[in-house]
Design a protein around this ligand. Structure first.
Ligand code: 0RA
Length: 632
């Protein structure tokens, strides 16, 4: 009797737990848009990755099923199915219906958990129309099913089975999510990343409805990852430098390679989680790198007495992956993607110093290449500083002399002011007519801006379009960028909805990403989303911003007397249309640029504009339809 009471109480608690998840899904998975939807898959996959990190799982198979459900199968140990002594239900039922199955299930040293992940399988269950789990364990196959988080069948035995593993299939709940359609590229992107981070692990993704699939397996791990990131660049040494060090329960792994470009790309991970905001591990890495370079450079007479290399110098043209595994990561920051554990800084710094010094001593040729690059960078920095001083003296970056092309607004409070960067002279003209000059500025851009991938700061500043942009925005550039001087809190890129337009947007995002990052972090960068179609029925006018909207409208309006006009560019709209669709704050659609968008643009940019021909050819082939008109 006492046991039964405990069980009932437990059941009530469970139901209340999952009820809370369904009531406030965003609290658990961040949002109910596409991003939140994909978190469901990531959450299950992370559990399989935990098995891989613990050494039990070699293969993960993700399948997008034609009915909209997704299956994640792994060959790990399988979720335990034995009846829990205290609660009297199978462990697998607890894992899927209790918010935090804690304590008893602390199963390994490192766990993927943090950021928005790590919320638990029960959250996935609670937000699914239905979920089925199959477990292979102890020679048997067992199955259990849930509907909207509620048990729909008891754990049943399906008979003998070989091996071990877990197969989770779920269909996201359309009552919860704005969309329940998975984006293959988003899933494949994260799965590729996980395969790089876990050398030898095989991850397969298959989209059954569309007949697509990929197999990711990288026996070279993060070293292959660095090569892949640098595939469009010209590396200065053939193989990435790799090293790792285990101290107590902390594992530090590094792969790094210099290329002939100027930008640093350091990607950091903690227990397979992308720490976008960096943290103590990154601080330690940078410190270790600078110490190693300066020591080696001084001892081998690359530097004169009193000279030293700065952090920026030793990271110019560096692509690196820093992956650490620690038992209890503390995540901080706005997005919970910054590592806070203070002890990690010293551990990483001394690991880098020790192992990289060792590598340099054993491989002096590569050492010379790397140090030589840093010494050059230090000289270029000095030159750039002089160039900057020159431009500053001319008042170019300070916004005294606003560019003539800018049609500024009257508003002086940046929080209320907007600037539209418009592609092409004709669209620029319409935009100037259409805007509300009280708070909207317009800056027409002529054609494409400079290819910043190949240019250094001092060269960039010689470019007219770039200077115009910098002056109009007002915050300066690079390390000295000053957010409080930015003249508009909405800097909106408004390019055509065609390939050239996409290209310009990519260029601008790249400029922002590399030289005005605080602008993105502050949420001041936007992309206008002009409509794709104008639809007329008699005197009525409708605009469709997506293909789906057009289809919905077509269905709604019927066929009689309805005409469609597909917009190829902003220049095709007259001032009134431009106002109604793209400028009017009440009706327009603006997309706020995220750091991921910008980083993605940056990577795409490197492929499209970088020097290496093969990856570019490959990219163009893969995306032939999209880039047909792109003159690169
Ligand atoms: C709890 C305990 C153990 C494994 C798991 C959960 C587990 C969960 C998932 C979810 C997807 N795949 C999974 N694989 C394993 C440890 C089991 C043991 O000690 O044998």
């Amino acid at each position: 009797m006492a046991g039964e009471t405990a069980y009932d109480a437990e059941q009530i608690q469970v139901l209340e737990g999952l009820q809370a998840v369904r009531k406030r899904p965003a609290m658990y998975i961040g949002s109910v848009d596409g991003r939140g939807l994909h978190h469901l898959v990531h959450e299950v996959v992370d559990n399989s990755i935990d098995e891989a990190m613990a050494g039990f799982c070699k293969k993960i198979h993700v399948t997008l099923n034609p009915d909209g459900s997704v299956t994640i199968a792994d060959d790990g140990r399988g979720i335990p199915v034995d009846v829990h002594p205290k609660y009297g239900v199978p462990a697998v039922e607890l894992v899927l219906s209790r918010m935090h199955s804690g304590g008893k299930f602390e199963r390994k040293l490192y766990r993927v958990s943090g950021g928005l992940h790590g919320v638990g399988l029960s959250v996935v269950n609670g937000l699914s129309e239905w979920l089925e789990v199959r477990v292979h364990r102890d020679g048997r196959e067992k199955r259990m099913r849930f509907e909207r988080g509620t048990k729909a069948s008891e754990l049943e035995d399906l008979g003998p089975a070989e091996g071990t593993g877990t197969i989770v299939t779920f269909r996201p709940d359309a009552q919860v999510f704005e969309t329940i359609e998975f984006d293959y590229d988003i899933l494949a992107g994260r799965l590729r990343e996980l395969a790089f981070l876990n050398a030898g692990l095989e991850i397969i993704i298959v989209d059954k409805a569309r007949g697509r699939g990929d197999v990711f397996r990288f026996d070279g791990g993060i070293s292959e990852y660095v090569k892949w990131i640098n595939r469009a660049k010209t590396p200065l040494h053939p193989d990435p430098i790799t090293f790792s060090k285990q101290s107590n329960s902390t594992l530090v792994e590094v792969a790094m390679q210099y290329h002939d470009g100027y930008n640093e790309s350091i990607f950091t991970f903690v227990n397979n989680i992308d720490t976008v905001e960096g943290g103590t591990h990154l601080v330690g890495f940078k410190a270790g790198l600078a110490r190693t370079f300066n020591n080696y450079a001084k001892e081998h007479k690359y530097l004169k007495q009193g000279e030293s290399l700065e952090g920026d110098d030793v990271r110019e043209g560096l692509t690196a992956i820093l992956s650490v595994k620690i038992p209890e990561p503390q995540f901080e920051g706005q997005t919970k993607m910054k590592l806070g554990n203070s002890e990690v800084k010293g551990i990483v710094e001394s690991a880098v110093y020790e192992k990289l010094t060792e590598f340099f001593l054993e491989t002096p040729k590569v050492a010379e290449t790397c140090i030589g690059k840093a010494v050059l960078a230090s000289q270029a920095r000095e030159a750039a500083r002089k160039a900057r001083e020159l431009t500053r003296r001319k008042g170019l970056l300070e916004g005294f002399n606003l560019p003539g092309k800018l049609a500024d607004c009257q508003e002086r409070d940046p929080a209320k002011a907007e600037m539209f960067i418009v592609e092409g002279a004709s669209a620029g003209g319409s935009a100037k007519q259409a805007r509300r000059r009280e708070f909207q500025a317009v800056l027409p851009l002529r054609g494409k801006i400079l290819n910043v991938e190949k240019a250094r700061l001092d060269q960039m500043l010689k470019n007219e379009e770039i200077r115009t942009l910098i002056t109009a925005i007002g915050g300066g550039i690079g390390d000295e960028f000053n957010l409080s001087k930015v003249r508009y809190h909405r800097v909106v890129t408004a390019a055509d909805a065609d390939v050239d337009g996409q290209h310009i947007t990519t260029l601008l995002l790249t400029l922002f990403f590399r030289y005005m990052r605080p602008l993105i972090d502050a949420g001041y960068a936007y992309i206008a989303q002009p409509p794709l179609y104008k639809i007329k029925r008699g005197k009525e006018i409708f605009y469709a911003y997506t293909e789906k909207q057009r289809q919905d409208l077509a269905a709604q309006l019927g066929e009689k007397g309805v005409t469609y006009q597909r917009y190829k560019g902003l220049g095709e709209m007259n001032a009134e249309e431009l106002w109604e669709t793209t400028l009017d704050p009440d009706r327009r659609v603006l997309k706020q640029v995220t750091i991921e968008d910008a980083a993605g643009a940056d990577a795409l940019f490197a492929v499209l504009m970088g020097e290496a021909v093969e990856p570019r050819r490959q990219y163009i082939q893969e995306h032939a339809k999209e880039v047909m008109n792109l003159d690169i």
